[in-house]
Design a protein around this ligand. Structure first.
Ligand SMILES: C[S@@+](CC[C@H](N)C(=O)[O-])C[C@H]1O[C@@H](n2cnc3c(N)ncnc32)[C@H](O)[C@@H]1O
Length: 245
């Protein structure tokens, strides 16, 4: 696995937190415009593809929630959700999420600002778990730990859907896509978004991550029912499924 950013461990929670604290104020616009709106479409598809929870008033988690980008899609599809507990390590992202909370169903959303692995989520506590674009900043060891957490925290019959930007292997326009990710985005970031390092590692994270295939296998090994998903020629991939009842 490549890790070219000087000597920094780009998977260390404190490093990732710092990246998102620095870029939080620009994250939503950057993510939308630099993906030509695709990130928003993939979030919507992530929610649309989640199996229906076993109860009509489900409670669940949005892990690596960022500024709550996925909530509008979630509440559109499941208006009777009881609570969403959102977890994110970045205080910058957290603050924006809280600002957004005031505009929507604040009474239905709790926010835990913490490393997902330290956040004390209880066994069998979730009717659903979602995660949009939170997988690539984990390495394989962290993915293993994360698959364990998902299996532990879901209630029997609980459902999940995750999506992540991926390397579209075999797609005719893959070289252009990778050029955009690894060359153009860091330049846009550097010259138009006021510097810092922020997203300049996004190509590196995506190249290392590849797609959700390996993570899907880890979830299967945890005894979950799993379906692998490809979105737009594999530029994003996902995994959906259920914990057997
Ligand atoms: C690319 S953003 C995704 C945000 C949002 N879910 C979306 O759809 O755009 C990844 C988020 O994961 C959070 N994150 C990364 N590692 C984390 C960890 N170990 N625990 C909790 N949050 C984490 C970051 O702070 C960041 O807000």
């Amino acid at each position: 696995m490549k890790n070219n950013t000087s000597q920094a461990d780009i998977y260390a929670p404190e490093y990732v937190k710092d990246v998102f604290d620095k870029c939080s104020s620009r994250y939503i616009k950057f993510s939308y415009w630099c993906s030509f709106g695709f990130t928003e479409r993939w979030r919507k598809q992530c929610i649309e593809n989640m199996p229906v929870p076993a109860t009509v008033t489900p409670s669940g988690y949005d892990l690596m929630a960022g500024t709550g980008e996925v909530w509008p899609h979630l509440f559109n599809r499941f208006p009777d959700i009881k609570t969403v507990t959102s977890i994110d390590i970045s205080s910058g992202m957290h603050k924006l999420a809280l600002d957004r909370l005031h505009k929507m169903r604040a009474h239905k959303i709790d926010f835990i600002e913490d490393d997902v692995f330290q956040s004390g989520l209880k066994d069998h506590s979730a009717d659903f778990i979602i995660c949009s674009f939170g997988l690539k900043t984990f390495n394989p060891e962290q993915h293993q730990k994360f698959s364990n957490l998902i299996a532990r925290v879901l209630k029997p019959g609980g459902v999940f859907s995750f999506v992540e930007a991926s390397d579209p292997k075999g797609w005719i326009f893959r070289p252009m896509y990778n050029f955009h990710l690894k060359r153009i985005l860091p330049l846009v970031e550097k010259f138009l978004l006021q510097g810092a390092q922020d997203f300049s590692n996004i190509g590196q994270y995506t190249e290392n991550f590849q797609n959700t295939e390996a993570f899907s296998e880890m979830l299967k090994e945890q005894g979950l029912e799993v379906t692998y998903k490809r979105y737009f020629f594999g530029c994003a991939t996902g995994v959906i499924g259920r914990k057997p009842a």
